[in-house]
Design a protein around this ligand. Structure first.
Ligand SMILES: NC(=O)C1=CN([C@@H]2O[C@H](COP(=O)(O)OP(=O)(O)OC[C@H]3O[C@@H](n4cnc5c(N)ncnc54)[C@H](O)[C@@H]3O)[C@@H](O)[C@H]2O)C=CC1
Ligand SMILES: O=C(O)C(=O)[C@H](O)COP(=O)(O)O
Length: 361
């Protein structure tokens, strides 16, 4: 059996190498030639998997070690009888910790008393629910918006998007969809931004195009007092450089990049491939995960606006991710050679080890 996998998937040789020949390729470079005699294709979010890539190949199983699936043409896979698996929830905790770190940094930087702030969470699935769990631990008020879950009868209390627009902090955790009643493409548009609270914070760690990046830039250029924390960008890896410069925190799509999140992603696909082949998995997830020191959240928030950031930063300092990206991209802007897109991907490939620091259920 031959497996072609994205080179940025940890443990892929260790897990799949005992029953298959594993060939690793840079995600953006995977092409039909690599797949002509491959049985299984394992990708991350940067490989577009569709008819163009798969037609004429032997691939019978596609796995994506990610939560998001907007890069996969699932309709085509279904039509061709190609098995598909992904990794729901694998890095949800990492993204939620990123959001916590962003809020803590903003409160410190802008002297905001989080006891007086409400967070609007758009999308209350795996990530949004973990964000809510963390805010509850800290006693920070939040509101949930998730029309699809509300329609399905989820028992939590939801609010309309208009109520989210009034929140001090808005954080997006929806899949990127272009069609249907709940399409999320440009969910945050010029209108949304125009009614957002001045002095507010918008965090996007879902997919770039959930926020209209041109509208976000116009909002900054018009002098509206809204801070942006952006981990994901329209047209990645070719991001809007002006918006990157104007954002309070800019990171290269690494919100989900904890060691545990990446390992869980590969492992969930290992389980799916084993099941597809009728094999019993040989490895257990608990033996693969690193031991990480844990942070004790404060029982009560303090009036000191910098307290949370100071307490968290030895576990995860989001500012250092922002500084790293600014330094590298500014170097690219000063000299010719590598492009912004190449440097964006380099930052992701060489992202330092980050461990999850909260005990969440
Ligand atoms: N920056 C990063 O590193 C990462 C980004 N992501 C992104 O975050 C997204 C969310 O992840 P999960 O929470 O695990 O997904 P999920 O599928 O568990 O939850 C998404 C929720 O959004 C809701 N939703 C869909 N359309 C909506 C709309 N128009 N308005 C409000 N709610 C809507 C759904 O009903 C669902 O409950 C992923 O699809 C992925 O694109 C995920 C992991 C890492
Ligand atoms: O899980 C997701 O969805 C993500 O966005 C991933 O964390 C992104 O990582 P890559 O797949 O692009 O390495």
């Amino acid at each position: 059996m031959k497996i072609v996998a994205d080179e940025n998937m940890p443990l892929v040789q260790e897990l799949f190498g005992s029953f298959a020949t594993v060939v690793t390729v840079a995600g953006r470079k995977i092409n039909k030639e690599h797949l002509l005699d491959a049985d299984v294709l394992l990708v991350r979010s940067v490989t577009q998997v569709n008819q163009d890539l798969l037609q004429g190949t032997k691939v019978r199983f596609v796995g994506s070690a990610t939560i998001g699936t907007d890069h996969i043409d699932q309709g085509y896979l279904l039509e061709q009888g190609i098995e598909f698996a992904y990794a729901p929830g694998c890095n949800a905790q990492a993204v939620a910790e990123y959001v916590l770190a962003a809020i803590a940094f903003w409160a410190d930087h802008k002297q905001k008393d989080l006891r007086q702030c409400t967070v609007g969470i758009i999308g209350a699935g795996n990530v949004g629910s973990k964000v809510a769990q963390i805010l509850e631990l800290l006693g920070i008020e939040y509101l949930l918006n998730d029309p699809p879950l509300e329609e399905q009868g989820d028992s939590r209390q939801f609010v309309p998007i208009q109520a989210i627009q009034q929140c001090d902090i808005v954080t997006c955790h929806v899949p990127l969809t272009n069609r249907g009643l709940h399409a999320s493409h440009h969910l945050i548009d010029e209108k949304f931004l125009s009614v957002m609270q001045p002095g507010g914070l918008l965090i996007n760690s879902s997919r770039g195009a959930v926020v209209d990046n041109t509208a976000a830039l116009h909002c900054k250029q018009a002098g509206k007092d809204i801070d942006f924390v952006l981990d994901v960008w329209e047209n990645e890896p070719d991001l809007n450089v002006e918006l990157f410069k104007q954002s309070l925190i800019s990171t290269p799509h690494i919100a989900g990049y904890s060691q545990e999140g990446k390992i869980r992603g590969t492992y969930q696909l290992y389980q799916s491939v084993c099941q597809w082949l009728g094999m019993v998995p040989k490895f257990a997830l608990r033996d693969l995960l690193p031991e990480a020191p844990k942070w004790n959240p404060p029982v009560k928030l303090s009036s000191d606006t910098g307290f949370l950031y100071q307490s968290l930063r030895s576990f995860y300092d989001i500012k250092s991710d922002d500084q790293q990206m600014r330094q590298k991209l500014e170097e690219v802007l000063r000299r010719s050679g590598a492009t912004i897109a190449e440097e964006f991907d380099n930052l992701r490939k060489n992202y330092p080890q980050r461990l999850e620091f909260l005990e969440l259920s």
